[in-house]
Design a protein around this ligand. Structure first.
Ligand code: ADP
Ligand code: MG
Length: 701
């Protein structure tokens, strides 16, 4: 038996030592045996098949052959020389050629001993030759674990330069397997393995590194992907369940007068199926006795506000207060105005609190919150200042649009002994796989259906050549009484240049759309907030017909009369940004348009983004494309998440495995919350180890 554990420092593995250990740590994050074991190959070279020399086609494929060297000679050429060996098997002969390292090779090659050679075959002067073959004596080859497919490991230039080649990694891996004699502890329960149809750990590990055939490789990958996703989910699901069992919430058992009256008398339209479904989920949470911690995703315009309002009515019906927090002043004003009339009809006292609320009113609000006179408070982050104390806050709704302020969320918590229920709303569609991985500890609701009769926004891609036509079109729309956005990119690195682009654009708009027929607003990041708000509100009120802006308008303004969104240099925007921008129009009854302006030269990726925007209005579909284009780490709202440092699973491809892993994690923890049952021992052990060590593969948040 070997005395090392998988947590032994990699330095002590035969063939490593302190120098290599340092390199492995800095280049590949390998600190201990286990890290090496979990360094999974990127790809494999299939060495399951041996070729005969007579079978060579000269197809330039990599092949392996068994044979012997009969002659070696040095051939001089224009520059220097090359070493040429004649290599033969029972069917014919060919040449092996070296341009570098000739002396060493000449001294070490053994004539008339069988070798396994591997490499790419060229046809040269009507003869087959293999330059710089990988060679190994047949006798040595036979002692190797690796016989079938050869793993190619992730590597870096530095590693290769310092002599840690793929071959060296293979040797280390073989050494590791030899030491442990292929005995690694099982980390899943028999039940999971049989239900998910997984092969056991040892078989999976040996075959992920040294697969004997494709089938075994496939089942090994499946097993290890499952395991990786399972343990991430186990963590998240455990948090979710702990939350539910340990954090008591107000129990809103009553469906009372407010909600009933609103539903019967004031509901302005029939709820969509998706809205009903989500309301049901929320109602269930509110009456469950545990604190709700729910994320509501719904594309722009999907009707999240009314769901929020009706949820707040449930809190009010049970004698509690509710608040709705939005990321900007304008948005909170819009929410306040939107809810005001309903509240008036229902005789609910609603107040607005933002950064610009006057001190006297602010004091009044503080007081009325504490004595419970205010039932519903709408506002910005001003809501969570320490001075703001609720009498009994029952539900906090946070409309984050596409921002995620996880830290701020929790501040509302400490205001009461029993925390309020929390509903976070976001208009950023996140692909399901990502949502499950990043927000897997929250409960997720999705409104995946737009209210009926909504016209799709017509999206087109135009280049500068059609600029005049575009202007003409804008004039027609404005003549019909509509309003227009023209948006310029703003990215930090080239702020000065962007500012110039914006100003140039503004000036050309002013020339093209002169006073007094046209009024233009301009909003950008270098303006004072008060000026911004002023310009913005002119546009909101319809006093200006054109809003020239940088991306600041992304954040949820609602101007139903605006029917055209022109995005300048659209190739510089990411997909989710484009989608958010487009969501600014299409809010009224009129047909709306989105015009994506670009130059002529576009990268492939930019082309795909534009095509996607033109093809579809579906935010989730767009988010899926975004995920494929950029990978999980860059998709909006997930940047800070370490969950995505996956070693083997892939959030784009492995959705079915992820779903299975999540449901099994729920199943295990529901049956055995403390993982105390004998059959769950392997899971418990692995889980505990994962929390102790900081392996990337063993990510635990
Ligand atoms: P968002 O999800 O972007 O916050 P809103 O809640 O602002 O969307 O709703 C967008 C618009 O759709 C609003 O004018 C709202 O009144 C309207 N709306 C919401 N739900 C429905 C529905 N079921 N039927 C018709 N119109 C609806
Ligand atoms: Mg909204």
């Amino acid at each position: 038996m070997n005395s090392h554990s998988l947590q032994t420092s990699i330095e002590f593995l035969k063939g490593v030592g302190p120098n290599r250990a340092q390199l492995l740590a800095s280049e590949l994050g390998i600190h201990c045996y286990q890290d090496l074991l979990h360094l999974f190959p990127n790809r494999y070279i299939d060495r399951t098949r041996f070729y005969k020399i007579s079978e060579i086609q000269g197809s330039n494929a990599e092949i392996q052959i068994v044979g012997q060297i009969t002659h070696i000679k040095t051939v001089s050429q224009k520059k220097g020389s090359r070493l040429v060996a004649t290599f033969k098997d029972e069917t014919g002969h060919m040449e092996l050629v070296w341009f570098r390292g000739q002396k060493w090779i000449r001294e070490n090659l053994k004539l008339t001993q069988p070798y396994v050679i591997f490499g790419r075959v060229n046809k040269f002067d009507n003869r087959f030759s293999m330059p710089h073959p990988e060679m190994e004596l047949l006798s040595e080859y036979k002692t190797r674990i690796r016989k079938g497919m050869q793993p190619i490991y992730p590597s870096t230039e530095k590693l290769v330069n310092r002599g840690i080649t793929n071959r060296v990694i293979i040797k280390l891996m073989e050494e590791l397997f030899r030491q442990f004699q292929g005995q690694f502890d099982e980390s899943l329960s028999d039940k999971i393995m049989s239900e998910a149809n997984l092969i056991d750990k040892n078989k999976a590990l040996i075959n992920i590194h040294f697969p004997t055939n494709q089938e075994l490789l496939t089942s090994s990958r499946y097993r290890l992907k499952f395991e990786e996703l399972f343990y991430i989910q186990l963590q998240l699901v455990r948090k979710n369940l702990l939350h539910k069992t340990q954090i008591k919430g107000h129990n809103f058992a009553e469906i009372g007068t407010y909600l009933n009256t609103f539903f019967k008398e004031y509901l302005p339209f029939e709820l969509t199926g998706a809205q009903k479904k989500v309301l049901k989920e929320i109602r269930h949470d509110l009456g469950s006795g545990a604190q709700m911690n729910r994320l509501l995703q719904g594309d722009v315009g999907s009707g999240k506000t009314i769901v929020a309002f009706m949820s707040m009515l449930i809190a009010l019906d049970n004698g509690y207060q509710a608040c709705l927090m939005a990321p900007t002043e304008i948005l909170s004003v819009q929410h306040y105005q939107g809810l005001y009339n309903w509240c008036k009809s229902l005789n609910i006292s609603i107040y607005l609190l933002t950064g610009s609320t006057k001190n006297s009113i602010r004091r009044e609000i503080h007081q009325k919150l504490e004595n419970g006179e205010i039932q519903l408070l709408v506002g910005t982050h001003a809501l969570i200042e320490d001075k703001v104390k609720f009498k009994n806050l029952g539900l906090a709704v946070i409309d984050e649009q596409h921002r995620f302020g996880v830290a701020q969320r929790s501040r509302l918590w400490h205001k009461n002994t029993t925390p309020p229920h929390v509903l976070v709303m976001t208009a950023t569609p996140i692909p399901r796989t990502l949502a499950m991985s990043v927000y897997g500890n929250l409960d997720l609701s999705v409104i995946d259906e737009l209210p009926p009769g909504r016209k799709d926004i017509r999206t087109v891609h135009r280049t500068d050549a059609s600029r005049l036509k575009v202007f003409r079109f804008l004039k027609e729309e404005i003549a019909k009484g509509r309003q227009v956005y023209v948006v310029y990119p703003l990215i930090q690195e080239s702020e000065a240049m962007d500012y110039k682009d914006l100003m140039d654009g503004y000036e050309s708009m002013v020339r093209e759309f002169p006073l007094p027929n046209y009024q233009i607003s301009i909003v950008h990041g270098q303006m004072k907030p008060a000026d911004k708000d002023f310009e913005m509100s002119r546009f909101v009120k319809g006093e200006t017909q054109i809003m020239v802006a940088t991306t600041v308008i992304e954040v949820g303004v609602n101007v139903p009369n605006a029917s055209v969104m022109v995005v300048e240099s659209a190739e510089r925007f990411g997909l989710s940004q484009l989608h958010q921008l487009r969501g600014r129009v299409g809010r009224g009854a009129e047909q709306s348009y989105c015009i994506l302006m670009t130059g002529h030269k576009l990268t492939r990726e930019a082309q795909t983004r534009l095509e996607t925007m033109v093809r579809t209005n579906d935010g989730f579909e767009i988010a899926e494309v975004d995920l494929k284009l950029r990978g999980p780490g860059d998709v909006m709202g997930t940047q800070q998440s370490g969950v995505l440092a996956l070693r083997i699973a892939d959030l784009v491809q492995d959705e079915p495995i992820l779903k299975l892993a999540r449901s099994m994690a729920f199943q295990v923890l529901r049956e055995d919350p403390g993982l105390k049952k004998v059959q769950n021992l392997p899971i418990r052990k692995t889980y505990q180890e994962l929390s102790k060590f900081r392996n990337i593969w063993n990510y635990i948040s």
